[in-house]
Design a protein around this ligand. Structure first.
Ligand code: AMP
Length: 439
């Protein structure tokens, strides 16, 4: 099969790496890719993956490329091309493409759509309302004593979620989005949710329009600094599985969310093929969905795909074909940990072009893979080219060993200004120590 992967980050490197292991992969391109992706080789024939300089949102050029190369399957990584309708466009031109179509991608592209859908179909979520204007929004925020989360409806580069603890903060957040229009058209409407306390986890399910196959749990680390301090980021690290749910509890939580979601999609004629990634808060009164994403999480993908035993080409193909029911997802017993190494200054302003050393040594460690996110080649060097630079991932029997292995690898890698959190998976280890003090 000839495969085209769309996107440029750590998620896409993980997708390319795993797809490249499949005996079905005969040729692969990635648009636009990064320096690490350009070093991947296909297991079947040793061919290098070719990076193509086309932006992930340049739909006409991507289409022309896929048609010219006769790509058998295009795999879409990021949310923007999905929200722009890349799947509909490719399908209309006779191409096979993996990911939800534009209507289905609304679960991520419109928080108002997702919230209304959850309420229509009894999916457990926060108490919430959707508002197009500030006065009624402020009255609702007052009802919640200001302890709420104000969210811009549309895609806002992960920045449109404002957490407030007082009525004044809530009013400011409402004005920022609806009056000052800081997020532009993404903020034409807002969703206000009650603030939920609990443990946040990521769920993923692979869907084929009829069934949804649940992945193990994982947990992201959104804040830039240790102990969940500092600014919000795209994600500074992940691990899988989490100890917060037993396998039976996970299945229960998954069904409580996915069964009404699948039924709702069927009733409303939404044909969802791709990954559904609900962000879930485990609260004292049960699990509640905070939001839906319509693609793989980044860096969740890095830990999932190092644990996945199935051939990724086969299961994505089944997701497109509507034949997932015949596939059982299989996972290594190993735990996996991904530590994100970021540029100095990220998530604020940061420089680019810093030379990265130690990559070969880190990749030579057993059960370790350094996924590239924001990297580029400059002559013989690999240099930084983004905020999140690398996702240093390791897997081992047990979370402590996987965590230690990921940090051993991260310490081998150097670039000017590099920073990373030192406490990835610490919450899980604390939780386990408190719950099972003898283990
Ligand atoms: P979202 O993009 O909607 O997942 O929001 C981004 C982050 O804000 C989430 O990962 C949570 O950490 C936090 N968050 C969102 N909604 C809520 C809520 N209702 N209660 C508490 N925290 C929330």
């Amino acid at each position: 099969m000839k495969l085209l992967v769309i996107g440029t980050g750590g998620r896409e490197h993980a997708l390319v790496w795993k797809l490249a292991q499949s005996p079905h992969a005969m040729q692969m391109w990635c648009a636009p890719g990064n320096a690490g992706i350009a070093e991947e080789r296909l297991a079947k024939n040793g061919a290098l993956v070719e990076c193509v300089n086309i932006n992930a949102e340049d739909l006409p050029k991507l289409l022309a490329f896929a048609l010219e190369k006769k790509a058998d399957l295009t795999v879409v990584g990021p949310d923007n091309p999905l929200a722009l309708g890349i799947v509909d466009l490719f399908q209309a031109n006779g191409l096979r493409v993996w990911g939800p179509n534009k209507r289905a991608a609304q679960f991520e592209a419109s928080k108002a759509f997702a919230q209304d859908f959850m309420e229509r179909h009894g999916i457990p979520t926060a108490r919430a309302k959707v508002f197009p204007e500030p006065n009624a929004a402020k009255r609702f925020a007052l009802e919640l004593d200001g302890e709420c989360v104000v969210k811009a409806d549309g895609l806002a580069l992960g920045k449109g979620v404002l957490i407030s603890g007082t009525v004044q903060q809530a009013e400011e957040a409402i004005d920022e989005i609806l009056v000052q229009k800081t997020f532009g058209p993404a903020g034409l409407r807002i969703v206000i949710q009650e603030f939920l306390e609990g443990t946040e986890i990521s769920l993923h399910a692979l869907c084929d329009g009829k069934v949804a196959k649940l992945f193990p749990t994982s947990q992201d680390h959104k804040r830039a600094l240790d102990n969940d301090e500092g600014l919000n980021t795209g994600g500074m690290g992940t691990y899988s599985p989490t100890p917060f749910l037993t396998e039976a509890e996970l299945q229960q939580v998954g069904r409580a969310i996915l069964d009404p979601w699948l039924k709702g999609c069927a009733e409303e004629g939404i044909d969802y093929r791709g990954i559904l990634y609900p962000g879930v808060m485990l609260t004292k009164s049960g699990p509640k969905v905070l939001e839906f994403n319509a693609r793989f999480g980044d860096p969740e993908t890095q830990v999932y795909l190092t644990r996945l035993e199935n051939d990724l080409v086969e299961i994505l193909d089944a997701s497109v074909n509507g034949t997932l029911a015949g596939h059982e997802l299989k996972w290594k017993k190993d735990a996996a940990v991904c530590v994100v190494m970021a540029s100095g200054g990220y998530p604020g302003n940061y420089g680019k072009g810093k030379i990265i050393s130690g990559l070969t040594d880190a990749n030579a460690l057993p059960n370790t893979k350094v996924f590239h996110a924001g990297t580029a080649r400059s002559g013989n060097d690999i240099v930084t080219n983004g905020g999140r630079v690398l996702g240093v991932t390791a897997w081992a029997n047990g979370l402590i060993s996987a965590r230690d292995a990921a940090y051993v690898a991260a310490h081998k890698i150097k670039f000017d200004g590099a920073h990373f959190r030192r406490d990835i998976a610490a919450k899980a280890l604390r939780w386990t120590a408190q719950t099972n003090p003898c283990t």
